[in-house]
Write a protein that binds this ligand. Structure first.
Ligand SMILES: [Zn+2]
Length: 410
């Protein structure tokens, strides 16, 4: 076990403006990112991975320790040459990340540590079809979280927000969120005005399923797996894709809108105007409608689980048929993207093995080149918190991507 040395924390508020912005340190973000992704990494490994000298790393690490970003462990593993390596860690107790999810009747907001563990949460109910009301309600949630004693005056690194629809992430525009009734909505701009206490460049917005796959990528059991595919199945169907370690947005942010991929030609009419879309087959709405037609009851996901446990013959048959459609759909996606892992999230994924096992078998049946690869299908371990946790991690991830050395102090 490592014993952490208390960081020599320098109150950054006492730094002079010149200390804050000069000299430019192009590798500070790189070091923070490496230590975040590899807690306990040694200075020599940091030097190797960043392609800079050990003395430069040592100087920057010392500076980052002084600024309160890093702390070092003691009693590291001895190297072959006999000198122990000193493990580096982020100063976890100092920082907090904020993540939020907006839906028509509910806004959820969480504060997490840098490992994606929830420290506090706040939820507000209402009608959020009006974006001005949604942003002001979210701002109130953030204010309440900031004074939560569990956060113990931690510094906010950033805020990420998930929206149920494609987003132009550069301009912070929600392009189309049918469930909220938003089109071409300058959401980021509205939100920044409501939360002046968080610097504008620390607030990020993206599609909810994209943020769910980021939760898996940044904090999940398959952390930093470079090829992940996430299918979000709730009232509608969406998805997120990590390709070669990058969140893939496509041309304008519509990547992953595979709820409208045709699975059954000439199938049922979809809300998008097409027919036989995935959304008409294995969204919660589709499953509920099928069960309602067969039994006269429209159950929620919890009740569907109960009916499955009771082996209700009509429900068992419907879920099996749903699984075959889901497996066919996953097989198509796996043949396009060749992921190692397919993660299922949202309320439909809560149906568990009764759905996932036959769907996985169907995927395997349709997988090309199965002698050379395998695809694992798993339920998202973050459950219904995947969007908010992913949003929180995404904010820090983006800051580190953007080389924020000159703006490191907040
Ligand atoms: Zn459709």
């Amino acid at each position: 076990m490592f014993r952490l040395r208390k960081p020599r924390f320098k109150n950054t508020m006492t730094l002079t403006p010149s200390e804050r912005i000069t000299p430019r340190r192009p590798h500070r973000s790189g070091i923070i990112k490496l230590v975040w992704q590899n807690p306990g990494i040694s200075r020599s490994n940091v030097a190797k991975q960043l392609g800079i000298t050990k003395s430069t790393v040592s100087a920057l690490v010392q500076e980052l320790e002084l600024d309160g970003w890093l702390c070092t462990g003691e009693g590291g593993v001895s190297l072959a040459l006999g000198r122990p390596s000193i493990p580096l860690f982020l100063n976890e107790a100092r920082f907090v990340l904020l993540g939020a999810e907006i839906n028509l009747s509910e806004i959820s907001c969480v504060a997490t540590n840098i490992d994606g563990e929830i420290l506090a949460r706040k939820t507000v109910m209402g009608d959020f079809s009006n974006a001005a009301i949604a942003t002001s309600s979210l701002a109130k949630c953030v204010k309440k979280l900031r004074i939560n004693h569990a956060l113990n005056n931690r510094t906010i690194l950033g805020l990420g927000v998930g929206i149920p629809g494609p987003v132009d992430t550069i301009r912070g525009l929600v392009l189309k969120a049918p469930s909220l009734g938003w089109e071409n909505m300058p959401f980021l701009n509205l939100l920044q005005k409501q939360i002046p206490e968080i610097p504008e460049d620390r607030i990020f917005v993206d599609n909810d399923a994209n943020l769910s796959v980021m939760a898996v990528y940044l904090f999940g059991q398959h952390k930093h797996d470079g090829d992940l595919l996430y299918i979000h199945m709730t009232t509608g169907i969406g998805g997120g894709l990590i390709l070669d370690h990058r969140l893939y947005h496509g041309q304008r942010g519509f990547a992953g809108e595979w709820g409208h991929m045709t699975v059954v030609p000439n199938g049922q009419k979809c809300s998008c105007g097409s027919v036989g879309c995935a959304e008409t087959l294995f969204s919660l709405n589709a499953i509920q409608s099928a069960i309602e037609t067969g039994t006269g009851e429209r159950p929620d996901s919890k009740r569907i689980l109960e009916l499955l446990e009771q082996r209700h013959p009509i429900v068992v048959k419907i879920i099996h048929k749903t699984a075959i459609h889901l497996g066919t759909f996953m097989g198509n996606l796996a043949n396009i993207f060749d992921p190692r892992l397919v993660i299922l999230g949202g309320r439909v994924a809560e149906l568990g093995d009764a759905l996932i096992q036959p769907a996985t078998q169907e995927l395997e049946r349709r997988l090309f080149g199965k002698d050379y690869r395998s695809v694992t299908v798993e339920r998202c371990s973050f459950g219904l918190d995947s969007v908010t946790i992913g949003a929180a991690g995404f904010a820090f991830h983006n800051l580190l991507q953007n080389n924020f050395e000159n703006n490191l102090y907040i």
